[in-house]
Design a protein around this ligand. Structure first.
Ligand code: ADP
Ligand code: MG
Length: 566
């Protein structure tokens, strides 16, 4: 501490570059600060420091770290307390550029595995970004002293050193509950569970916080299940959705898409108070939508689309500019390739011609003039032959009644089980639409990405960088992820950018692995070495990364405009 203070006094008023001399570690009373990276100038991306707190000063109980899930939840809680303390800190530091900034990668509504706070055997590590203070381009040593010797200590006092064991225990208990619900779902073949009383709608299209005064979810009697979970006296009750084909119908603006969006997010876990803390979905559920304009490289969409004009091959379909239907077919096949077991589809974001062709259209446009086998003719085959379930929002076509195992109607934001009525309607109003049943091509998921797919070179350097949640700049090209809806956090996108760099640096695409096995390898790496394995300096500040699912990693590889398939 004195060493750092002296250094800052020495460099006060000097050119900004002199800050480089503070790189290194410094002991404080209850922790150590490691300055891992010093920014080049006040406007550059901020400096990176780690705060290392031995267990002696912030005890992390053995039972909070022995299970991975508990460890993640407790670390998540600590990150939130640090973020809160930062936002209320009286940080008066002013100056040029990012002077005085203090930042932690703050979690959102989802509880994700992240690198911001790491709980290790005997210590806790907190990763911060800070803007080293300057006036113009001259070092402001006094402000830097305040930052290190007053502001940061007070932030730590108000977070990591004051958070109660009870609060951390509660987080660990939520982890246990989520694990228990997932186990229950597995044992009973449920692909989704929505708790009675859950709040599904969000404040707005740009806020992930719960809507105030929303109508709480209330399961239909027929679908209600009840079971006990740890750390809770009363039973948890709610709606279970079984494997198979489930249809969500209902009038416009009655809450169909809101329900589906909650299910999309239910692959992750939410914090207490979110409203969706007991809304869980099959972790291998993938949202499928139309995404016209996307890149497609050598995907076998022939199960859905055949005989395109000009004889384009749909067994190895490649385009720089997919249409609505071809992009949606691609998204289905790619999800299966990556190992999806449930598809989530909303009519609002689907290509109509991909979803349905009614009897009249079949009569007008003969089947041999129509390249598309609509999803309605595949949905049962996908389930019966491959075990792939679908939850589908469809207010516009009753043709799907015929293939649905369960039909839920949203009425004034409340679900009603209308499966029997739907069955009766199918019997009473037969439709003359012809089914198109062809064999399912099993050869859909053996693509191997070639190493030169990763074109990181930009000028003399290799470069790959995430921009916000939905863009990755790789070398000369841009990868667009805005329609990858289950990528929910900027830090996940950063992790995927780091992944691309890692795949390239380690030559992981040289091993001739199919995409599915490559994803297995990546997940094994993350499971064994942690998320920081993706960072170029895993022993230092591992940045601000959150773990993406394999489906979102695959989504990024699949959208590279430079992808090359063997
Ligand atoms: P649909 O897909 O059936 O047309 P949406 O799911 O888009 O309807 O919902 C329409 C509106 O109703 C949205 O603004 C949404 O936020 C709101 N909403 C949805 N569910 C609820 C609820 N349980 N309580 C209050 N408002 C809700
Ligand atoms: Mg809708």
């Amino acid at each position: 501490m004195n060493k750092l203070q002296q250094l800052l006094k020495d460099i006060d008023g000097k050119g900004y570059k002199a800050y480089k001399s503070i790189q290194g570690s410094y002991s404080f009373h209850r922790y150590e600060i490691c300055v891992d990276y010093v920014q080049g100038d006040p406007f550059a991306s901020p400096s990176k420091i780690r705060i290392i707190i031995p267990n002696a000063y912030r005890q992390i109980k053995e039972e909070w770290k022995e299970h991975k899930q508990r460890n993640i939840y407790v670390a998540d809680h600590l990150a939130r307390t640090v973020a809160d303390a930062i936002s209320t800190a009286s940080n008066q530091s002013k100056g040029s550029g990012k002077s005085g900034l203090i930042h932690i990668d703050k979690p959102g509504q989802e509880i994700l595995e992240r690198t911001a706070v790491q709980i290790k055997d005997d210590k806790t590590v907190i990763c911060l970004s800070i803007g080293l203070p300057a006036n113009g381009r001259k070092i402001n040593g006094k402000q830097a002293e305040t930052l290190f010797l007053t502001t940061i200590p007070s932030i730590l006092r108000n977070s990591i050193f004051s958070v109660t064991d009870e609060a951390l225990e509660k987080s660990a208990q939520l982890a246990d509950q989520h694990v228990a619900i997932r186990q229950k779902m597995k044992d009973n073949n449920w692909i989704a569970f929505i708790q009675d009383g859950a709040i599904l709608p969000r404040q707005s299209g740009i806020s992930n916080k719960p809507l105030k005064q929303a109508v709480p979810f209330n399961s239909p009697e027929e679908n209600r299940v009840a079971f006990t979970i740890p750390h809770r006296e009363e039973q948890l009750t709610g709606m279970a959705i079984e494997k198979g084909i489930s249809l969500i119908v209902g009038g416009g603006y009655h809450g169909k898409s809101t329900l589906l969006e909650a299910l999309e997010r239910g692959v992750y876990h939410h914090i207490t108070g979110d409203g969706r803390e007991y809304v869980l979905t099959d972790p291998a559920a993938v949202k499928i939508r139309a995404e016209d304009g996307r890149q497609v490289t050598s995907v076998n969409i022939s199960a859905f689309i055949n005989d395109l004009p000009h004889g384009q091959d749909t067994k190895r379909f490649t385009t720089e500019n997919a249409s609505g239907s071809t992009s949606q077919a691609t998204n289905v096949v790619e999800a299966m390739e990556a190992g999806a077991s449930t598809l989530l589809i909303d009519e609002d974001t689907s290509a109509t011609n991909f979803m349905i062709r009614d009897a009249r259209m079949q009569a007008l446009v003969h089947q041999n003039k129509e390249p598309i086998t609509p999803f309605i003719d595949k949905i049962k085959q996908l389930y019966d032959q491959l075990g792939l379930s679908t939850i589908l929002v469809m207010g516009g076509s009753g043709d799907y009644f015929e293939v649905a195992d369960h039909v839920i109607m949203m009425d004034q934001y409340q679900p009603i089980n209308v499966t029997e009525q739907a069955r009766k309607i199918v019997a009473d109003y037969p439709v003359s639409r012809k089914k198109q049943i062809d064999e399912l091509d099993n050869n859909m998921n053996n693509r191997v990405f070639l190493p030169n797919s990763l074109a990181l070179q930009k000028g003399k350097k290799k470069k790959v960088q995430a921009k916000g949640r939905s863009t990755i700049m790789m070398g000369q090209s841009t990868i667009l992820l805005q329609d990858v809806e289950q990528l929910v956090d900027d830090s996940q996108t950063r992790a995927i950018a780091e992944l691309l760099r890692h795949l390239d640096a380690k030559g992981m695409l040289k091993q001739d692995r199919t995409l599915a096995t490559l994803l297995d390898d990546i997940e094994a790496l993350l499971d064994n070495k942690g998320l920081q394995a993706l960072s170029p300096f895993p022993e230092q500040h591992p940045g601000d990364l959150a773990r993406p699912r394999r489906f979102e990693m695959a989504a990024c590889l699949n959208r590279m405009r430079t992808a090359k398939i063997k």
